[in-house]
Ligand binder design. Sequence first.
Ligand SMILES: Nc1nc2c([nH]c(=O)n2[C@H]2C[C@H](O)[C@@H](COP(=O)(O)OP(=O)(O)OP(=O)(O)O)O2)c(=O)[nH]1
Length: 156
Amino acid sequence: MLVADGHRPREGGADRKPVEVAVGVLVRPDGRFLLTSRPPGKVYAGYWEFPGGKLEAGESVEQALRRELREEIDVVIGAVQPWRTERVDYPHALVHLNFCKVFDWSGELHMHEGQQFAWEDLPVRSAPVLPGTVPVLQWLAAERGFAGQTHGWEKG
Ligand SMILES: Nc1nc2c([nH]c(=O)n2[C@H]2C[C@H](O)[C@@H](COP(=O)(O)OP(=O)(O)OP(=O)(O)O)O2)c(=O)[nH]1
């Protein structure tokens, strides 16, 4: 589990029920992947992340991912490949991130919530990156044999 921003996890934190989140790693044929900035008004506004959001009651990860990507960036996704999961303990919540790879989608990207987007490669230029997004960059680096810093630390 990752503890974000060096906060001290609450007593009994391990017993808290995590919020389930579906996250899409959209990868283009040239290997670039999509990052979006968190919209104004949300926690960590302006931080870069992979697009996605919380599961609604009764939804599977895949269903939530399809809904979120349609709502937030206007794409209809094809096959969803569950990839890896990660728990992150933030001051605002304990989240369980379900990262899925997506190679097929249709529709042009439209940011519906005032986000920015970037097709990124390693090292990622967009900054700052959300704490819970950093492990994904490391997994991608390992897969790709990329050595070195995966992203910058300062706001660009
Ligand atoms: N989408 C996304 N969320 C991430 C990533 N890494 C990470 O720690 N998170 C966290 C941030 C949030 O605490 C949580 C996602 O919740 P959210 O607030 O963006 O979800 P949502 O779109 O359903 O939001 P809302 O409708 O409740 O406002 O997961 C990531 O790469 N992508």
